[in-house]
Design a protein around this ligand. Structure first.
Ligand code: ADP
Ligand code: ZN
Length: 288
């Protein structure tokens, strides 16, 4: 059996599957203090005991995922109370003797989509989530991109629309991509939550523009085979065609990309991408 911990800033999803990744049991609970939250995680997996062979963790971050670092396995500079500099992986290793794979929630989602979803058969894919924040995971030639640590593409700078007088929500950079285009920015700018904002609102034009700028940067910097856009904001079905259109305009034919319908997509595994990714990463540990 394989275990998955999708550790989100809002909620945790834990699952166990058989070796073919068929899910046997799954639970979800809100992310509270580390002690309380991890107690629930440990309870969930303990009942599988010896049958559980490996666990994959995809965590909210920033995290440290450089095995050479002293803080490897920690959740680091998150503003989330109690989680700053928390040794998540260390606590898991105390509780479980099974091998544990440690990466970001968005890397896990990217891996899931490549393993069994919208990136199947591809080796260079980027996955963005546009929700409470903007995060990205990227696989290039079958490996997660990273150096001293994981990437943070959700905080890239994008040129601001001159008519946008909103200052941005990012506590670190104000008007980075996340600051201008994550769910809370849509709400702060318009006064209405994204899920309640009318599809013909001009704020969606602005949202599509910022996401298109992000995809422009992503395309030119990484040349992926596909870009997958997930997260709550992308539930707005009218947004994807607008993003594709604005992206094409911006790129202006400078490089060739696959057809928009296959190049920029939403997750095929929907909300399961990270869980499937964590299970697949756990499975991989048993092969390596
Ligand atoms: P999280 O990022 O916390 O895991 P979500 O991906 O659901 O969770 O992101 C929550 C953010 O996305 C909120 O700012 C919310 O207003 C926005 N959001 C959630 N659902 C929708 C929707 N259907 N349409 C537009 N915005 C949404
Ligand atoms: Zn930022």
């Amino acid at each position: 059996m394989l275990g998955s911990i999708e550790a989100g800033g809002t909620k945790f999803v834990c699952a166990v599957s058989d070796s073919e990744l068929t899910i046997i049991e799954r639970i979800s609970f809100p992310t509270t203090s580390p002690v309380e939250t991890l107690a629930k995680v440990i309870d969930f997996f303990k009942k599988y005991d010896e049958k559980l062979k490996a666990i994959g963790i995809g965590s909210f971050g920033p995290i440290d995922c450089n095995p050479q670092s002293e803080k490897y396995g920690w959740v680091t500079s998150t503003p989330k109370p109690g989680w700053t500099n928390f040794d998540f992986l260390g606590e898991m290793k105390v509780a479980f003797k099974q091998p544990v794979y440690w990466t970001t929630d968005v890397n896990a989602a990217c891996y899931g989509e490549v393993y069994a979803g919208g990136g199947l058969g591809l080796s260079s894919v980027v996955y963005y989530t546009i929700g409470t924040g903007i995060g990205a995971g990227a696989i290039q030639n079958g490996k997660f991109i990273g150096g001293i640590n994981h990437t943070e593409m959700g905080h890239m700078m994008v040129p601001k629309n001159p008519n946008d007088d909103y200052s941005g929500t990012c506590p670190y950079h104000q008007d980075c991509l996340e600051g201008l285009a994550a769910g809370p920015a849509i709400e702060a700018r318009s006064g209405i939550k994204g899920q309640d904002l009318a599809p013909d609102s001009p704020y969606w034009e602005l949202e599509a523009e910022y996401l298109a700028k992000c995809l422009y940067n992503t395309t030119l910097m990484l040349s992926p085979e596909r870009i997958i856009l997930g997260g709550g904001v992308m539930e707005q079905k009218h947004l994807l065609p607008m993003v594709r259109e604005k992206f094409k305009e911006l790129l202006n034919g400078y490089v060739e990309t696959p057809e928009m319908a296959t190049y920029i997509i939403t997750p095929v595994l929907e909300n399961n991408a990270a869980t499937i990714g964590c299970l697949a990463l756990a499975k991989q540990l048993l092969v390596d």
